[in-house]
Design a protein around this ligand. Structure first.
Ligand code: GDG
Length: 478
């Protein structure tokens, strides 16, 4: 056991840094681009530093704890079997599709479950070792749903929060999971369980009542040992001021102009940026766009669709199939509709630095975000934050968590291709006054609810649980 203990411990599947090889050949760490670090960093600082436990990626490498730009990081190694069973298997081929409305068929394998339990146990043990007496531990996401109860068994003195970044499904779907009860009980180890949307929290509470038999009242669950657990919504957001500043920087303004030129200065640029994931609805959206072009509503001189597909989970079979399908479709569309130097779809299978993302957001007239299901979706919020001139249209799926807040977007049902076509066409033809009116309203929302407010509100509620919630119903199993 180390003797350095921390008042705040963050436990997440990944560390907030990536291993990179410098031009000199030396290995170094680079902060990952996600907003989570930006959100949690200030929280960690107010807790006297804190520590972050997570997997640095890669198999079998045993790395020592280290500091990076003032963050204390504790790398957890993963064996090849653990990566296959816990990460690629149970997390990404069982839970991920199950929690996203079964958009793909979840696979249930007992060996994967065993690895999931093992890895959760190791993460819980590390958190127990590093947390100070009466300290706070904040556990993140679907890869670690058993950690809260495992940690509570080891350290009943701790305050434990859990946040789920992806949707939590309705009972009819969750029910399929052979280990449904273990997952519910794992989560109930937390004092506060955060979800993106109120419906997800309600799904969870209902399941706990039906499946575990605990008494519940609104967002509270009463456990037989007298503990009270709160399950509530905390819609995540982005570092809006940071994105806005980046979007205003002369380099990004310049780069956005260069991008438009490189695309041949079409009248309208459509943009999609997604991890290459079957939940994101990339295939159907490209079809919708290409049909509009095919029908003559616009041609390649008028419009281009830039689709950035960020490589993701490439070892998982479903993801490989999806990539082939999308790339075949893009080839077919460009073959049918493109001209020399003028593709209908400019497709990029890569990831970009944050500055390039901001330039793309600035360059695009119409952002198209059409997931079949998405916990929140930060890309659409980043687009809004980058539209500093109050222009640009957003076409957004009703099934992204963000649709609850960004009500002025052109909302679409991603299963309805004709509906999507109408929305894309409306956004293409919309007059700029209308576009501006909608964008201004969305920008107000994004400015008010940024990621710092999200983190602060979760931490405040976590500190409050148990203080204001007296158990009015001595819990009995019904
Ligand atoms: C999960 C949930 C929920 C992407 N490509 C690049 C890049 N990104 C950044 C984006 C954005 C983030 O990654 C993606 O977040 P999303 O929310 O869009 O989607 P998921 O990855 O599925 O995230 C989701 C989220 O967790 C947070 O709770 O909203 O519902 O599924 O920030 O900008 N960043 C850079 N280069 C890239 O190529 N720099």
């Amino acid at each position: 056991m180390t003797d350095v203990r921390h008042d705040l411990v963050i436990v997440a599947n990944r560390l907030p840094v990536d291993r990179v090889t410098l031009p000199s050949g030396r290995q170094a760490w680079r902060k990952s681009p996600g907003g989570l670090v930006a959100a949690i960093e200030p929280v960690m600082r107010t807790h006297g530093g804190g520590v972050w436990i997570g997997w640095p990626g890669g198999a079998g490498q045993k790395l020592k704890p280290f500091e990076d730009e003032g963050l204390s990081l504790v790398p957890m190694s993963m064996s090849q079997d653990e990566i296959e069973g816990h990460y690629e298997g149970f997390s990404n081929a069982t839970i991920w599709p199950l929690y996203h409305d079964v958009v793909a068929k979840p696979a249930f394998h007992r060996e994967w479950w065993d690895e999931y339990v093992n890895v959760n146990r190791r993460f819980a043990a590390k958190a127990a070792e590093l947390a100070a007496k009466n300290g706070t531990v904040w556990v993140h996401d679907y890869q670690l749903q058993l950690v809260p109860q495992m940690l509570r068994d080891l350290r009943p003195d701790l305050r434990i929060g859990f946040y789920l970044h992806i949707p939590f499904p309705p009972a009819e779907l969750f029910q399929q999971l052979p280990w449904r009860r273990q997952i519910l009980e794992g989560l109930l180890g937390a004092d506060l369980i955060g979800f993106q949307l109120p419906e997800a929290a309600a799904n969870f509470v209902r399941l706990v009542r039906q499946r575990v038999g605990h008494k519940t009242h609104r967002d509270l669950v009463y456990l037989p040992d007298g503990r009270t657990v709160r399950a509530a919504a905390f819609p995540i957001s982005i570092d809006s001021a940071g994105f806005e500043e980046l979007a205003r920087s002369p380099e990004v303004v310049e780069r956005a102009k260069a991008l438009r030129e490189a695309l041949g200065n079409p009248r309208r640029i459509f943009l999609g940026i997604d991890r290459l994931d079957y939940t994101k609805g990339i295939y159907a959206r490209l079809r919708a766009f290409s049909e509009l072009m095919h029908e003559g509503h616009f041609d390649v001189e008028d419009a281009v669709f830039v689709q950035v597909a960020v490589p993701s989970r490439e070892q998982v079979e479903e993801y490989r199939i999806l990539r082939d399908d999308i790339e075949r479709l893009v080839g077919r569309i460009n073959g049918d509709l493109g001209r020399i130097g003028r593709p209908a779809i400019s497709y990029l299978h890569t990831s970009y630095p944050r500055e390039e993302m901001a330039a793309l957001y600035r360059a695009a007239d119409i952002m198209v975000v059409t997931p079949y299901r998405d916990g929140m979706n930060l890309v659409c919020k980043e687009y809004v934050a980058c539209r500093v001139e109050d222009d640009g249209a957003l076409v957004l799926s009703e099934f992204a968590g963000a649709a609850e807040e960004l009500k002025q977007a052109w909302l679409v049902n991603p299963y309805d291709i004709n509906g999507m076509k109408s929305a894309l066409l409306e956004a293409y033809q919309a007059d700029q006054k209308e576009v501006g009116r909608r964008m201004r309203a969305m920008r107000r929302t994004i400015r008010q609810h940024d990621v710092k407010a999200w983190a602060a509100s979760f931490m405040t509620q976590l500190e409050d649980v148990g203080v204001h919630t007296k158990n009015p119903h001595p819990a009995t199993k019904s």
